[in-house]
Design a binder for this molecule. Sequence first.
Ligand code: AR6
Length: 178
Amino acid sequence: MHEVRINNTKLILKIGDITEEEVDAIVNAANPTLLGGGGVDGAIHAKGGPKILEECKKIGGCKPGEAVITTGGNLKAKYVIHTVGPIWHGGSNGEEEILKRAYINSLKIAKHNKVKTISFPSISTGAYGYPVELASKVALSSIIDFIKGDDFFEEVRMVLFKEKDYHVYLRALESLSK
Ligand code: AR6
């Protein structure tokens, strides 16, 4: 685990399974239908139970870069924030801007719901193919910019499923801090 402090917010990088997180909200890397899928999305719905899907169906969908919130169902987290990252098409199709908005809009809806502790997965770097070396810099700079401008959160965690990704995020954080 690695921790840095930005104003009153702890920014944490850790290796783990996001469905086990004991935080106010975990973020899901969903798709625009919000009807579930593989990867972290599949794991969250499998462990969180049917209430999450019920609420997702009522919401009806989510555009790339936007975010919606549901119950955390059977998870330890009270809420799941569902956001949709960009599908990687080479990098000149607005991918970076959409990824940035996915993080920022997740933080905005979290704050709106008084979520003080939040865990993110590495959005778009699985099935959606965004190179993790690039996505890590976008993810961390978006989060850092937000928390520098708004001293609301107690903890923002990046929960990396793979040890390799954890080290990529660690290097990205070091390069951003220089
Ligand atoms: N905890 C934390 N991270 C995880 C977990 C977990 N339990 N499981 C996987 N990851 P992906 P995307 C990591 O594919 O690229 C879905 O089908 C994984 O190692 O879950 O945004 C949706 O329905 C990777 O680093 O999300 C969409 O159709 C990261 O989560 C599509 O995939 C993201 O991988 C979204 O693709």
